[in-house]
Design a protein around this ligand. Structure first.
Ligand SMILES: [Mn+2]
Length: 361
């Protein structure tokens, strides 16, 4: 129970007029959010539970990542003895190796959304996302939406809890668990802890006070060895060859490293290789590229000191593709056909370097 919430937020029964009637009827996301903001954690839990009956068969829908997978585990735990059946489904293919490790080590029961018989289910929950976020969600009428992204319009649900000031949905669900007096198992605590860690990028991204509190609360229940197994597995054995390619192909000069890794099976490996090179002393810029499908993907890393990777990415690739990021990290994706003609043939580390020479001095 978050005492702060209880003190500052009036109980639901005392809520003002414009909030009246939201609980029973379907209302716009905005109205629901306004109502939900005024609730204490316990009141929020109660109105969430109010949606379900004992003979309900519940479908939890997530775009599988650490935050959403852990949130789904938490909801499954909260509803465990309150409904007849709970199934977790995801529309996306899980590609990140850490996420596969998380699913397997923590034994999270996931199914693909495609092929799921929807008429078998009586209630639908969307976590860490909103109905407008993916086309597959359009055909589902959600009863519950719990999320921390900014609010989108054009949908409704019976129970909506969206808190864009939170760094992770996992923090919100940890509050629900505490309000329900449920002590999370080691697997659940480790999952939620990892979910918060990933979504706040180790608290280097915006997070709320509640994220910190929940992180601290979960800490003593997590298994740190299990966590490091999940966190550390980010390379497939078959991807080790890209390190060899990077070391063979890299061009260095003036505190910069450039390397083009050729075709990659998954662009995540470019990030892993780029992060590896940031450990080299006296290197201020790391620029790693690879071809994925018909696109050139470029990963930027800088030490951030008098440098801005996001701005550089936008300067070099903004006009011909998608580019953006922050001071220390950025990414660009460009269709090969949009590259200058001189760069399209036999793209290599030198070609990559030439693209930057006029922008970096
Ligand atoms: Mn999230």
């Amino acid at each position: 129970m978050n005492e702060r919430n209880r003190e500052t937020r009036p109980p639901r029964t005392k809520s003002r007029k414009r909030n009246k009637g939201n609980e029973k009827s379907v209302a716009s996301p905005d109205a629901c959010i306004r109502a939900s903001r005024r609730m204490s954690n316990i009141e929020r839990l109660k109105s969430f539970l109010h949606v379900f009956k004992r003979d309900d068969r519940v479908l939890i829908v997530i775009v599988a990542d650490p935050d959403s997978m852990s949130s789904a585990m938490a909801v499954k735990r909260i509803l465990a003895r309150r409904v007849t059946e709970i199934t977790i489904v995801h529309p996306n293919q899980i590609k990140r190796i850490n996420n596969i490790a998380m699913r397997d080590f923590l034994k999270i029961p996931l199914q693909p959304l495609r092929g799921t018989k929807r008429d078998k289910y009586t209630k639908f929950i969307l976590l860490d996302s909103q109905p407008t976020h993916r086309p597959e969600f359009g055909s589902i009428s959600f009863d519950v939406v719990i999320d921390h992204h900014s609010v989108s319009q054009g949908w409704d649900a019976r129970f909506v809890d969206i808190r864009p000031d939170y760094g992770a949905t996992a923090s919100m669900l940890t509050e629900y668990l505490r309000s329900a007096n449920i002590k999370p198992s080691v697997a659940l605590a480790t999952a939620l802890f990892y979910g918060i860690k990933v979504d706040t990028q180790n608290f280097t991204k915006m997070a709320s006070h509640a994220d910190i509190l929940m992180f601290q609360y979960l800490f003593k229940r997590t298994n740190q060895q299990l966590l490091s197994k999940i966190e550390n597995s980010d390379i497939r054995k078959s991807e080790l060859k890209y390190f060899k390619i990077a070391l063979d192909e890299m061009k260095t000069g003036k505190n910069r490293i450039y390397a083009h890794l050729g075709r990659v099976g998954n662009p995540d490996i470019l990030v892993v290789v780029a992060d590896f090179f940031t450990h080299v002393h006296d290197i201020g810029w790391v620029i790693i590229s690879g071809q994925y499908g018909e696109k050139l993907i470029v990963i930027f890393r800088s030490d951030g000191y008098k440098k801005d990777a996001g701005k550089l990415a936008a300067r070099v690739f903004g006009k011909i593709g998608a580019a953006g990021g922050h001071r220390q990290s950025a990414r660009a994706e460009v269709s090969l056909k949009n590259l200058p003609e001189t760069a399209t043939k036999n793209f290599n580390s030198n070609t990559l370097r030439r693209l930057f020479l006029k922008h970096l001095s």
